[in-house]
Design a binder for this molecule. Structure first.
Ligand code: 2E7
Ligand code: F3S
Length: 325
């Protein structure tokens, strides 16, 4: 091959970059279902279909649905009486469907079935006379939704091991815990251990309520982080499960772990001298955004891709009956 060959010149100019692509990554079954619910509702009822809160925490997904006629609002009072409304995958307090019913709104609940399961567990413990300790992040919509399944005084929120130490409970023998589904598996083990130590009679799941998708994405990051000089997590800053992936990468030997929403956001200076780059995507980040990042990397580097598969997933959730087409 001549040195004037453009392909050869191109190869010489670009530094080599080995990519470790985590699998599983990206969309989970709950996100797939939630997005489908909005799409099917748009076909069935026509536009506009209102959606309370981002259906999942991803601007690209939200903007794609907006182009098809979805209108995203913060609160139910922004929904006109004569249009359908979808509740986001993160779940809603009981007061929201109650208000929708009072107004005779047509509503479709896109709460992930694994979140609904936690809601039912919390209700069951409450019926059995227990106070609920919810492990989760204050203010996150899933936490607001889970707390809103029960009267205010029935649920206590803890975020950390330190919170467990200062927790004030009326009856230590009548407690149960439930958790947010997108927490760090390792951090949550510590909090549950602290709870069980302080309140030996506490009821709860065998481990926690972290979902299969969160668990699998964190395990995949643990497998690639020690081998990676840097790691990109495709995801939004308000995406709990995505932010957890950055923390997991940092805790497992990759200090240069970064959250990016799109290829355009990549800070190329921070990839200086990186030879092995890990890539993953949060449960709300579509695969096209991973492709976009790979294309941007191929434009700058001579890229080789190694997919590191730590689990396979075949979970699919059915759509709600009201949307049967
Ligand atoms: C619903 C639930 O939209 P996300 O980024 O949400 P999180 O909770 O991680 O901020 O990801 C999908 C999703 C995850 N959990 C949706 Cl309860
Ligand atoms: Fe559900 Fe877990 Fe996805 S709770 S929405 S399957 S990240």
């Amino acid at each position: 091959m001549s040195v004037l060959d453009p392909a050869a010149r191109d190869t010489q100019a670009k530094p080599a970059l080995h990519i470790l692509l985590a699998a599983p990554r990206g969309f989970c079954a709950g996100v797939d279902r939630a997005i489908q619910i909005v799409e099917v509702a748009l076909r069935k009822y026509g536009a506009p279909v209102y959606v309370r809160h981002e259906i999942v925490h991803n601007r690209f997904v939200v903007e794609s649905l907006e182009r098809k006629g979805a209108v995203f609002v913060k609160e139910l009072d922004q929904v006109p009486d004569d249009r359908p409304v979808v509740f986001s995958a993160h779940g809603v307090p009981k007061s929201i469907p109650a208000e929708a019913q009072r107004r005779n709104l047509l509503y479709v609940d896109a709460t992930c079935p694994l979140v609904s399961k936690v809601h039912r567990e919390a209700e069951r413990h409450h019926r059995d006379g227990r106070t609920i300790v919810l492990i989760g992040h204050a203010g996150h919509p899933e936490v607001v939704g889970t707390m809103g399944q029960l009267p205010k005084e029935a649920v206590l929120l803890v975020e950390t091991v330190e919170d467990v130490a200062t927790l004030e409970v009326a009856d230590p023998d009548n407690l149960a815990f439930v958790t947010q589904t997108t927490l760090s598996v390792d951090d949550t083990v510590q909090v549950v251990e602290a709870l069980r130590q302080r309140f030996p009679a506490i009821a709860g799941p065998k481990r926690e309520d972290i979902c299969y998708a969160t668990t699998n994405r964190q395990a995949a990051v643990k497998a690639i982080a020690p081998r990676a000089d840097a790691l990109l997590v495709l995801g939004a800053p308000n995406s709990s499960n995505s932010v957890r992936l950055v923390e997991v990468a940092r805790a497992h030997g990759c200090s240069r772990a970064m959250l990016v929403q799109r290829a355009a956001q990549i800070d190329w200076d921070r990839l200086d001298r990186v030879r092995t780059l890990g890539i993953t995507a949060g449960a709300s980040a579509p695969e096209v955004l991973v492709e976009e990042v790979l294309d941007a990397l191929r434009a700058r580097y001579q890229v080789t891709v190694e997919e590191v598969v730590t689990a396979t997933e075949d979970v699919v959730f059915k759509l709600p009956k009201v949307l049967a087409e």
